[in-house]
Design a protein. Structure first.
Length: 310
């Protein structure tokens, strides 16, 4: 089968499409014939050098997000060939069995039914960023009427998080690089938007004088925004390199995304009902994976870059 792989570290040009062995499902595993696979900055970080290079003469695969149809199942699986699904392909351990390929094998806890009425390209944008947002909102522990600041609210994780926090009845203050926050407010439903050009902590304190009950920091602002949290509140970050020093009894937590079939099913149901906005910026065929990564790293767009497969 064909798969997007990299054999060395560098820029997008190290990504190639190669012939590799088709994976075989084992106990409690499902093989999916991939129809669409979204690109992620996490993959760019892999071939960019965050992780060690593949051993000489070998290659690593790419891709966390999958939409496709069940192709084969191992023992102990209730899924049937032909069912439309979405799946989360965890990035560790590194190897060839990843989402940007014609076929992938995933464990049963990483799969959910695809959202009804949603095409595979848009469905493929849900798993990694949707689960990261949902698990982050869980860590926030917010209840109806409580306040939360979400940074990076115009991005993939932040945009999902705004929508999920609003579903909990939270008062959401959103912030990002956009001057107007059109997506965060008009689509995702944030109550207040603060552009990154303004002093963020001061703006938050103007709305919530005692500080917000929680912060979800997807923009790696870290220590610069912990002052927005009320005494004894929570600060959740999606990046290990953006953990702030704790103060004033604030609990600092790190989101470490993992597979969760029940949560992925909930996200799929929300998308099917039109209650979770899915954004696609551009699509490329699998054979143009390197070109797609070059476009992704250039930035300047909203939504996801997605690879399509016949």
């Amino acid at each position: 089968m064909r798969a997007a792989v990299y054999r060395s570290l560098g820029g997008p040009d190290v990504v190639e499409v190669a012939e590799v062995d088709k994976p075989v499902p084992g106990l409690s595993e499902i093989r999916i014939k991939v129809q669409a696979a979204a690109l992620n900055p996490a993959d760019a970080a892999a071939w960019g050098g965050v992780f060690p290079a593949p051993p000489e003469g070998t290659a690593y695969g790419l891709g966390w997000d999958v939409a496709g149809v069940v192709d084969a199942v191992g023992p102990g699986i209730h899924w049937r060939p032909g069912q439309s699904v979405i799946a989360f392909s965890h990035g560790l351990p590194l190897g060839l069995n990843r989402g940007q390929a014609e076929y992938i094998v995933v464990p049963s806890q990483a799969i959910a039914a695809a959202p009804t009425g949603v095409d595979p390209v848009h469905a493929a944008t849900i798993p990694l960023n949707g689960l990261t947002a949902a698990q982050s909102v869980e860590l926030l522990g917010i209840q109806a009427g409580q306040s939360v600041l979400i940074t990076g609210a115009e991005g993939a994780v932040g945009g999902y998080a705004v929508q999920l926090a609003k579903r909990r009845g939270a008062v959401v203050i959103a912030s990002d690089l956009s001057p107007d926050g059109g997506f965060a407010t008009k689509v995702a439903g944030a109550d207040v938007y603060v552009p990154a050009s303004q002093p963020l902590v001061e703006a938050v304190r103007a709305v919530c004088p005692e500080g917000v009950d929680a912060v979800l920091d997807t923009a790696r602002l870290g220590q610069a925004v912990i002052g927005a949290v009320a005494d004894g509140g929570r600060f959740v970050t999606t990046r290990l390199d953006a953990l702030p020093e704790t103060e004033r009894g604030i609990r600092v937590l790190l989101t470490q995304v993992g597979p969760d079939a029940a949560m992925l099913s909930t996200l799929s149901d929300l998308a099917a009902a039109g209650d979770l906005a899915l954004r696609v910026a551009e699509t490329y065929p699998l054979q143009e994976a390197s070109k797609a990564y070059a476009r992704m790293t250039k930035g300047g767009f909203q939504g996801r870059v997605v690879l399509t497969l016949d």
